[in-house]
Design a protein around this ligand. Structure first.
Ligand SMILES: O=C(O)CCC(=O)C(=O)O
Ligand SMILES: [Fe+2]
Length: 286
């Protein structure tokens, strides 16, 4: 597998961003997009612990996509302050993800501003927390948004793959995810993965990773930490596609998981394998 580093830039104009990254559909790390945000200094482990520590929060781990009753459901709940104590100090595989934090704490939206680097930002924002050693499996964002992921306090790694490489990633049909462990691939099970072009981004405190729409990403918390994801989509047709994706993929997949559990998972695994075999045959016949 071929791994390249994602560019890191500062002080980029809207025009240059459009030309080099948005229109070219390329990821980039923006070092200073969040430099004037209050959040950059204010959002510490201690701040969240002191202000919102009493919340009960849902916890997720790598069983997120296991078939059956627990499919895409929390594995447990924890007090937010207890969870923050853990992820600040020790390894932990639990994550708290896709959290629309501003719904619960609208005052936090005063701590950042909508970036001006492109148009079409959505009002809502998501937060992601993870312990050292936790990972979010390979997926693309089902709503087809461009994502601006700003990380706070620590470092984390994101591995990105272009949309056209889904076939080498063993995309599970009717889903937006795949189960290759990017950091430790099982080459016997996923031989096509070696044909991918992987882009690695290491995001440090206050840096923002631009994930272009439909790009696949695998997130590894090399240290415990948290990020804010702002999302933008300038194109009405792609917004519509995102909505359609949510209805079509989510309804079919969760419905079939409910009806057929393990058999549905086997069907998806077999289909992903067959697609990868076909893709490899095409490469070899060229
Ligand atoms: O940072 C994370 O844990 C996941 C981020 C992500 O997948 C996203 O913002 O789309
Ligand atoms: Fe994502």
């Amino acid at each position: 597998m071929n791994v390249r580093l994602v560019d890191k830039v500062s002080n980029i104009s809207k025009r240059e961003f459009h030309e080099k990254y948005l229109s070219a559909n390329r990821p980039v790390i923006l070092k200073d997009l969040a430099k004037d945000w209050k959040a950059t200094n204010k959002w510490t482990f201690d701040f969240f612990r002191k202000t919102y520590g009493h919340w009960e929060i849902p916890m997720y781990d790598k069983s997120y996509h296991n078939p059956g009753n627990g499919y895409m459901k929390p594995v447990t709940y924890k007090k937010f302050s207890d969870y923050l104590d853990i992820i600040e100090n020790e390894p932990c595989k639990l994550r708290f993800h896709n959290f629309q934090i501003m719904k619960r704490a609208p005052e936090l939206s005063q701590d950042y501003s909508t970036p001006e680097i492109m148009d079409g930002f959505f009002k809502f924002a998501l937060m992601f927390f993870g312990g050292k050693g936790s990972a979010l499996n390979l997926h693309y964002d089902i709503d087809c948004s461009n994502v601006f992921l700003t990380h706070f306090q620590t470092i984390k790694e994101v591995y990105l793959f272009p949309p056209e490489e889904a076939k080498y990633l063993y995309q599970l049909p009717f889903t937006n995810h795949a189960h290759v462990d990017v950091l430790k691939p099982d080459w016997e099970e996923f031989p096509a993965f070696k044909y991918t072009h992987c882009y690695k981004a290491e995001i440090h405190h206050g840096e923002t990773l631009f994930i272009p729409r439909l790009w696949w990403h695998y997130v590894y918390y090399s240290e415990g930490g948290f990020s804010l994801a702002l999302r933008a989509n300038e194109s009405l047709s792609s917004r519509a596609r995102g909505l359609w994706n949510i209805v079509r993929l989510f309804t079919v997949d969760t419905g079939m998981n409910f009806l057929a559990g393990h058999r549905w998972k086997d069907y998806k695994d077999n289909k992903a394998r067959a697609n990868a075999v076909l893709a490899m045959q095409k490469i070899k016949s060229v």
